[in-house]
Design a protein around this ligand. Structure first.
Ligand SMILES: C[S@@+](CC[C@H](N)C(=O)[O-])C[C@H]1O[C@@H](n2cnc3c(N)ncnc32)[C@H](O)[C@@H]1O
Length: 235
């Protein structure tokens, strides 16, 4: 299904910049990844920049679920800089070959909360999670439930390739109960907990959701302690 959307030749960076009116550096960084292969949808590049540029040059603790051919870790290293604590996890044992190249790689399943906890402990905490793993709906849920409580205050949780939410092979489907966009609705309900009597639907997230952004196939959750709303009248 996705074949028809493949970019056929030409200048990848120029396509991203022209198509999305993007003038940041990540298009060029992505397009010039050479040592290992990375596969990204073009519209993700400006979105990554929008949500992750503030971490550049910092000691951000960044966890990518899904290492595949190793190129994304190289891209993140070039984008985020030398100080970043960069970890990737993958279920495929051969991904261990990329350990130490541009970041650390640990082998295990995103469906295993204990494994995830061990990795985050080793990282000394986590500020950004990018879920580009199996794209199975239940795995996305398990990872989110396990990792969100460990995400630092002000941290960023990104889940990509959510077109899979509409595909049966990924436990999705337009009306499928596990379609991740049903979870997005729950997160929205928790953001609005002060206005309904139902309580938190996702207690493990503790209502610490300062922002939720839905883009084509990509969801960004910003973690932050939220205050009860206050209003006043003036004039
Ligand atoms: C879409 S690829 C990652 C692509 C890579 N991030 C990039 O941008 O080029 C998905 C990866 O997730 C891995 N994966 C599949 N199931 C997994 C699981 N249960 N836990 C962790 N990784 C898994 C696959 O082995 C594969 O390498």
């Amino acid at each position: 299904m996705i074949k028809k959307y493949a970019f056929e030749g030409g200048d990848i960076a120029a396509d991203i910049m022209e198509r999305y009116g993007y003038d940041g550096e990540l298009a060029e960084i992505y397009a010039t990844t050479r040592d290992f292969e990375v596969h990204k949808w073009h519209h993700y590049i400006p979105l990554y920049d929008r949500y992750l540029a503030r971490y550049r040059g910092t000691g951000v603790r960044f966890l990518e679920i899904g290492v595949a051919k190793g190129g994304s870790l190289q891209m993140w290293r070039r984008f985020l800089g030398d100080k970043a604590v960069l970890y990737g996890i993958d279920i495929r044992k051969s991904c261990a070959d990329f350990d130490g190249a541009y970041g650390q790689v640990r082998i295990g399943s995103q469906d295993d909360p204990e494994f995830l906890a061990r990795v985050v402990d080793e990282m000394g905490g986590v500020d950004v999670v990018l879920d580009d793993g199996s794209h199975q709906m239940s795995h996305i849920e398990t990872s989110l439930r396990a990792l969100y409580p460990r995400l630092s205050e002000g941290g960023t949780y990104i889940i990509e390739d959510l077109h899979a939410a509409y595909w049966k092979g990924f436990e999705g489907g337009f009306d499928a109960p596990k379609n991740f966009f049903n979870s997005v609705r729950e997160i929205i309900d928790d953001m609005h907990r002060h206005y309904h009597p139902k309580g938190l639907r996702r207690p493990e997230m503790e209502g610490a959701i300062s922002g939720l952004h839905v883009h084509d196939s990509l969801v960004v959750i910003e973690k932050g302690v939220t205050q009860a709303p206050v209003h006043s009248r003036v004039g």
